[in-house]
Design a protein around this ligand. Structure first.
Ligand SMILES: Nc1ncnc2c1ncn2[C@@H]1O[C@H](COP(=O)(O)OP(=O)(O)OP(=O)(O)O)[C@@H](O)[C@H]1O
Ligand SMILES: [Mg+2]
Length: 206
């Protein structure tokens, strides 16, 4: 099984992934893995450098950013396939191609082009969208100037909500609650999903 965490900056993805990863590692026999985007590959490292530069802000370079992210995703494809659709394996991902759709589509770049670029990327079995207000994202930011401005964050948040409305197996989780409450809610969603999908009467196969 392949689960992706999604949501705007500082919504709590890393925090919840750590809790969930430890929970499954310590309480189940599942083979549990983690991936993140950008990855640790040379393309992933290049993306992080590229995004820091002013160059990344021009329209042409935004197209390049989309291409780089889809190339980086392909570096993780074989690992994803080893876990996906397998109830004995669990892969937890910090972001997925859905981030590309929600962050990179704008007036200049359309969603269908990004979908095309990611056509050969396996899709998550289950997506957990952590939702927090944009103001909370800015308050939680450790940086003085957030990379994404308030206006951009609002656009990205709207794209996420629109995506969730239109796709199956995408759940919106209230990320503005206490860490433990969110963790419990996430476990409930996974339990319900696995009961329906794998009909095994419990939290994946334990
Ligand atoms: N439920 C919560 N309540 C209060 N603070 C939280 C909660 N969850 C996370 N935080 C804090 O908010 C900040 C951002 O959390 P975290 O790094 O998990 O978010 P993220 O979605 O991974 O961010 P990024 O998109 O930058 O990777 C951290 O300082 C974290 O401790
Ligand atoms: Mg994070």
């Amino acid at each position: 099984m392949y689960i992706a965490f999604e949501g705007i900056d500082n919504c709590g993805k890393s925090t919840q992934i750590k809790l969930l990863y430890n929970y499954f590692k310590n309480n189940t026999e599942l083979k549990v893995g983690k991936i993140k985007e950008p990855s640790n590959s040379s393309i992933g490292k290049f993306i992080l450098e590229f995004l820091k530069s002013d160059e990344a802000l021009s329209d042409t370079n935004k197209e390049i950013t989309s291409l780089l992210f889809s190339a980086d995703r392909l570096t993780q494809k074989s690992k994803i396939l080893r876990y996906k659709n397998n109830p004995d394996n669990l892969l937890i991902s910090d972001r997925s191609y859905i981030s590309s759709i929600c962050y990179q589509s704008n007036n200049h770049i359309n969603t269908s082009w990004i979908e095309q670029l990611n056509k050969y990327i396996p899709q998550p079995d289950l997506t957990l969208l952590l939702r927090i207000p944009v103001d909370m994202s800015i308050q939680r930011s450790s940086q003085d100037t957030a990379y994404e401005t308030r206006k951009q964050l609002k656009r990205i948040q709207n794209n996420y909500l629109h995506y969730a409305m239109n796709h199956n197996h995408t759940y919106i989780v209230n990320g503005a609650q206490a860490r433990k409450t969110i963790h419990k809610n996430i476990k409930k969603i996974i339990k319900k999903y696995t009961q329906n999908e794998y009909n095994n009467g419990g939290m994946i196969r334990q």
